[in-house]
Design a protein around this ligand. Structure first.
Ligand SMILES: Nc1ncnc2c1ncn2[C@@H]1O[C@H](COP(=O)(O)OP(=O)(O)OP(=O)(O)O)[C@@H](O)[C@H]1O
Length: 231
């Protein structure tokens, strides 16, 4: 369980409060108007922003002061953060250890992770020799390899066309289910939330609300969300 315990986040004049729990293995969308604080909330969970007050707990353990690299999570951003001059195997190895050294066990794990996302045999390719969809898959393979229990997604597939995007969302859902991963995803597209996330945290008017069922929320949105969705 991920607990945001009376959390207050500030950035300049901006303030966001969150007091909620997310069940282990849940897939949760963060939805709300532009500037409402969705990315701010992910940054705090990832450890890039220190809360003004309150605590963040994972399985009851306080991780509020834990450095980002030691938190039980992986992050997938839109640009996949792949190093263009390095082969995929080295890019993935960097997810395992910062020096990127690969022993035989790591090599086998990397091959398995690439195969899992449909990039079998592409260990020696560099990102520039991959299509956009393949680069997304490589980014996902790297987070997969890290095997962390929480996956944070910030508009990860926004640059992909609709067919590729839904394919990637389906792949994330499948892998998350297999591994019991808890997923939090910021998205501007309500259809992404419907596709991947049974639950949604509404971020609006200075508050991140407790998770609620995605379908009913989007079918009958409260005013703060209705304006944003344009429905
Ligand atoms: N470094 C900063 N200093 C001051 N204010 C900031 C900083 N970063 C973000 N903000 C403000 O914090 C608020 C929340 O920003 P955030 O990026 O979290 O919103 P968001 O919901 O992710 O928006 P969007 O949907 O447009 O990406 C905004 O009002 C923004 O202007």
């Amino acid at each position: 369980m991920l607990t945001l315990d009376r959390l207050t986040l500030t950035q300049g004049d901006f303030r966001l409060d969150a007091d909620l729990t997310i069940q282990t293995g849940a897939r949760v969308a963060l939805i709300g108007p532009s500037g409402a604080g969705k990315s701010t909330l992910l940054s705090a969970i990832a450890g890039f922003l220190s809360p003004a007050s309150g605590r963040i707990l994972w399985q009851g353990e306080d991780i509020t002061a834990t450095p980002p690299g030691e938190r039980p999570l992986s992050i997938l951003f839109q640009d996949q953060n792949l190093f263009p001059h390095l082969r995929l195997e080295t890019n993935l190895a960097l997810g395992l250890n910062p020096k990127g050294k690969i022993d035989a066990t790591d090599r086998a794990r990397i091959e398995t992770a690439l195969a899992r996302v449909g990039l079998e045999g592409m260990e020696r390719r560099k990102p520039g020799a991959l299509s956009g969809g393949q680069q997304s898959r490589a980014g996902l393979a790297r987070t997969l390899l890290r095997g962390r229990p929480i996956l944070l997604l910030d508009e990860p597939f926004a640059a992909l066309g609709p067919a590729l995007k839904s394919e990637m969302l389906a792949l994330v859902a499948e892998i998350a289910r297999e591994q019991g991963t808890t997923v939090l995803m910021v998205s501007h597209d309500p259809e992404d939330a419907r596709a991947l996330c049974p639950q949604t945290v509404l971020v609006a008017e200075g508050r991140a609300h407790a998770p609620q069922e995605t379908g009913p929320l989007l079918d009958d949105p409260p005013p703060a969300l209705r304006d944003y969705l344009g429905s």
